[in-house]
Design a protein around this ligand. Structure first.
Ligand code: NDP
Length: 277
């Protein structure tokens, strides 16, 4: 059997840790595969996907800014991808392409299983209403929080999300600069890309409830501005998004190979290499 070919498509893509993660999973499970990070031009996504699968590719991950385009391109979808209207995982499906979304389950596994945080009955604040926020709405609401407030710089996008997911629980939309009147939260998740530029939304510290857990989807060698804000204001627990990255990769790996790799060892390894960088 030849080496099966996988890749992640994105733009930018240089910083991607996915090739390392999938190589580690492959080692663990004894599966022979090649996984590359490929930068795709903004107007060339559909053609690149078609060419990759025509050339015998077995699976693709899709990252910023192509997740919604990936959803449009797929001919068949998982239920969770239909909910998110965004795909981060693709595989060939007869003459077409099957699309799934593993970001949401990745976040929940990291918060609930790895960190032991409790979402049931919690007041949850989600900052951001882009592709990443969209992908985590359904899995978050399935955990039965007391309520979910979506706060975004562009209020209209938060309102759209709140309406789309209103059937799954109490969801409210707010402007990002309009949070000072809110009651305190038990869990705050940063799904904005502000941290990529070292910025953090200007948040009142009254948002942090007792034993508040703060999660930033962004990760890097240093704590993000959001994580520093949380720590400085005595959040009970603070996490970056490295675990989510590894957990969403593990779920994609399962979709392609029907095997569940061990994620803890890979998270630890990555954590070490980030610290050393
Ligand atoms: P999008 O570009 O789709 O959305 C970006 C979001 O950030 C929007 O809500 C946008 O608000 C907001 N935003 C951008 N800049 C600022 C700012 N300066 N101040 C306040 N809000 C801002 O990106 P994604 O949703 O796909 O990704 C969001 C982040 O999550 C990225 O940093 C990405 O790396 C990370 N991520 C991590 C994953 C992981 O596995 N750890 C998985 C997926 C994503 P507006 O609508 O007003 O423009």
């Amino acid at each position: 059997v030849g080496q099966r070919k996988y890749a992640v498509f994105g733009n930018p893509i240089k910083q991607s840790r996915s090739p390392f993660i999938h190589a580690e999973f492959a080692k663990q499970t004894g599966i022979s595969l090649q996984y590359r990070a490929i930068r795709v031009e903004l107007d060339d996504f559909d053609r690149s996907v078609t060419d990759f699968f025509k050339a015998g590719g077995s699976g693709l991950n899709v990252t910023v800014p192509f997740k919604e385009q990936a959803y449009q391109l797929a001919s068949r979808h998982s239920a969770r991808a239909v909910r998110a209207k965004a795909c981060n995982t693709l595989k060939p499906d007869g003459d077409g392409v099957y699309g799934d979304n593993t970001d949401g389950i990745g976040l929940i596994r990291d918060m609930v299983a790895n960190h032991g945080w409790n979402l049931r009955g919690a007041r949850v604040l989600l900052l951001g209403a882009g592709g990443a926020a969209r992908g985590v709405m359904e899995p978050l609401l399935r955990e039965s929080p007391e309520c979910l407030v979506v706060a975004n710089r562009t209020l209209a996008k938060a309102e759209t999300l709140a309406q789309e997911f209103a059937d799954l629980g109490k969801v409210w939309a707010r402007g990002l600069t309009d949070l000072s009147a809110e009651l305190a939260f038990d869990v705050i998740i940063n799904a904005t890309s502000a941290g990529l530029k070292g910025e953090t939304p200007d948040l009142p510290d009254s948002l942090l409830g007792d034993r508040c857990c703060c999660y930033d989807m962004v990760y890097g060698a240093e704590p993000t501005a959001f994580m520093r804000w949380a720590a400085e204001n005595a959040a009970w627990a603070v996490s970056d998004g490295l675990g989510m990255l590894v957990e969403q990769a593990a779920e994609s790996f399962y979709i392609w190979h029907q095997e569940r790799p061990d994620t803890a060892s890979v998270i630890n390894h990555l954590r070490g290499s980030l610290a050393a960088a």
